[in-house]
Design a protein around this ligand. Structure first.
Ligand SMILES: CC(C)(COP(=O)(O)OP(=O)(O)OC[C@H]1O[C@@H](n2cnc3c(N)ncnc32)[C@H](O)[C@@H]1OP(=O)(O)O)[C@@H](O)C(=O)NCCC(=O)NCCS
Length: 224
């Protein structure tokens, strides 16, 4: 099942504080023991989003399938002093083949994980079916660039430089894999902080598109 998140409403929160010292934060590979904390912080960072509505089991599957696939990047940021998980970033090196692969290998796990949400709100079924067809919304339909599929920083740690550490580490892995760059998609509207965050780090708007749910999106690329 693909990672294709959408807001359930437009409310967002940002907390800012002093910069977290980058030397206090470790960026490491996502491991099994991180999963619960990463799911918790995803739910806090994306309170009104579709994937959060689908629930903990679904998000768990989403992070596990990135962790287990050999052609993905899955990283966590943690505070060195107490190992608290502050953020996570995930994404496949080649989105189209990754989403096809997880659909074939794991569809039943995702279907089971989504069952509760479907029973709670049957109207989510069309969105779920669209998610099944999701292949990463790559520029021009196909690309050599990796997809930054999801990044989340715990609300208490936002605005302290953790997101920047995570995107920098993600891009370093993409470069290490020999790819020419990365892309991502994000909301064009009611999303100024996130758009400022990407632009500040050198991501360029490549194109705009509208989803079948009429959600206006920006597609960013970062080329080395
Ligand atoms: C978006 C998100 C990942 C950013 O992580 P963060 O840790 O809060 O961001 P950082 O503190 O690392 O900011 C990095 C840079 O972006 C800039 N930036 C961040 N928010 C900004 C804003 N609202 N306006 C202008 N610049 C901003 C910072 O100033 C910083 O630039 P600098 O290093 O030159 O000072 C985080 O806020 C988050 O998880 N949000 C909720 C989930 C979400 O929306 N994810 C993205 C989905 S596409």
């Amino acid at each position: 099942m693909p990672v294709s998140d959408q807001p359930m409403s437009s409310s967002r929160q940002r907390c800012g504080a002093d910069k977290q010292q980058s030397e206090d934060v470790a960026i490491t590979a996502l491991r099994a023991e991180h999963t619960n904390a990463v799911v918790d912080l995803h739910m806090q960072a994306f309170p009104d989003f579709f994937l959060t509505f689908l629930g903990r089991s679904f998000l768990r599957q989403m992070y596990l399938c990135h962790r287990d696939d050999p052609a993905t990047i899955a990283l966590v940021a943690s505070r060195k002093t107490d190992d608290e998980i502050l953020g996570a970033v995930i994404g496949p090196l080649q989105a189209t083949s990754f989403y096809k692969r997880i659909l074939v290998r794991r569809w039943w796990r995702f279907a089971l994980a989504a069952l509760g949400a479907v029973l709670r709100r049957p109207s989510v079924v069309p969105r779920l079916l669209r998610a099944v067809r999701y292949r990463g919304d790559a520029p021009g339909g196909e690309t050599d660039r990796a997809l930054l599929a999801s990044i989340a920083v715990s609300p208490a740690a936002q605005g302290m430089g953790v997101g920047k550490l995570l995107t920098t580490a993600f891009l370093a892995k993409v470069r290490e894999a020999g790819l020419p760059g990365a892309y991502l998609t994000t909301d064009a509207e009611n999303n100024d902080a996130v758009n400022a965050f990407y632009r500040r780090q050198g991501w360029k708007v490549e194109s705009r598109f509208t989803t079948p749910e009429k959600r206006k999106m920006l597609r960013y690329i970062y080329d080395f």
